[in-house]
Design a binder for this molecule. Structure first.
Ligand code: NAD
Length: 324
């Protein structure tokens, strides 16, 4: 049987580089595309094209005939320090929207058989996430829309764009809303890191007795999904005929950011305190609603948070040791 051909946009990113490895292990031929090469681990892609997906002529050179699956993961994104300050809004919206517009046009031209679009839990309305203990993130609660960031608005616009191409041109577009994916190879320094990796870095660098700075009251809640569980969900979703989403890919194991910090401190074996400081935090509460994914894909998480965070903590500790 002929190997399936996949293209991954954003293949140097955290999820993208893992996805390349997963598809290779499944026997795919893979073309990775990104602005940069992967930072922490070499790409296993058969072909890796470096370039800017905001440029239509570059996208035209990436998408060719005979592609079975396109995974569109490229986006201008980061953690709260990047997305919630407001300082990067114009770039976030402009850059990611251009990538999605070009991707669809070229996928249509070359009749790509299936397209995966990585949307985000950030599309959910702010007013449904004010209660830190009972946020509402069921897929059908997205409208009337009021995301709390321009990043979320761009994702929502692009979801609708992929849906419109499916409706008008019959392109098989599948939309997943990721909820805080974490694991090795996630960025852990430099301003684009997210809470799990940032906390692991701070704890790994702290000396006995120090206080770990946590943005906000620390009572804001989130759920986090380990990368291996995320990859399983992506692949099941792509293989399920006739189901297009949008679907949440996340965990229901909700935790406050202070409790997550305490978990990491316990993993480190150090004696450390927590100091809550002012900083960008986003909504009060957010957790995945998994009713739809459990029903449609018979998928559930294999990694409890404590197990996944242990893997992440040790990976970041190793990375920091290598820097010394
Ligand atoms: P990431 O930032 O690690 O990866 C994104 C990749 O896209 C980067 O390698 C970046 O270089 C590339 N990229 C950005 N602009 C580009 C351009 N103009 N041309 C070519 N490449 C470009 O992000 P990730 O965590 O791997 O997330 C992947 C996707 O999933 C993104 O679309 C993100 O918005 C979405 N998502 C992720 C999470 C999460 O928790 N990681 C949550 C919700 C949604």
């Amino acid at each position: 049987m002929k190997n399936k051909k996949a293209i991954i946009f954003g293949a140097a990113g955290f999820i993208g580089n893992h996805l390349v490895a997963r598809l290779k292990a499944e026997g795919y031929w893979v073309r990775g595309v990104d602005l940069v090469s992967p930072k922490y681990q070499l790409s296993e892609a058969d072909e890796f094209l470096l370039g800017d997906l905001r440029d239509a002529s570059f996208v035209a050179s990436c998408i060719t005939e005979g592609i079975d699956e396109l995974y569109q993961l490229a986006a201008d994104m980061g953690g709260a320090g990047y997305v919630f300050t407001g300082e990067n809004d114009a770039n976030i919206m402009h850059n990611s929207a251009l990538i999605n517009l070009h991707s669809l046009e070229l996928a249509l031209k070359w009749k790509v058989k299936k397209i995966f679009f990585a949307s985000s839990a950030c599309i959910y309305p702010k007013h449904n996430q004010e209660d830190a203990l009972a946020p509402i993130c069921a897929e059908d609660s997205a409208y009337p829309a009021m995301p709390d960031s321009e990043y979320g608005w761009e994702k929502l616009f692009s979801e609708r764009l992929y849906e419109a191409y499916r409706k008008n041109y019959g392109l098989v577009c599948k939309i997943a809303r990721f909820h805080n994916i974490y694991g090795p190879q996630s960025v852990y320094e430099g301003g684009k890191e997210k809470a799990p990796a940032a906390i692991c870095r701070k704890v790994a660098l702290a000396k006995e007795g120090e206080q770990i700075e946590v943005w906000g009251t620390g009572q804001q809640t989130r759920s986090f999904l380990f990368i291996e569980d995320c990859l399983d969900a992506i692949r099941l979703f792509m293989d399920k005929d006739g189901f297009y989403g949008p679907i949440n890919i996340g965990s229901t194991e909700m935790i406050s950011i202070n409790d997550l910090t305490k978990m990491v401190i316990a993993l480190s074996g150090k004696s450390l305190g927590i100091k809550n400081i002012a900083g960008p935090v986003g909504v009060n509460g957010r957790s995945s609603d998994n009713a739809l994914i459990e029903r449609e894909l018979k998928w559930s998480t294999q990694y409890q948070l404590a197990k996944g965070m242990q893997v992440l903590y040790h990976w970041i500790e190793d990375q920091l040791n290598k820097q010394k």
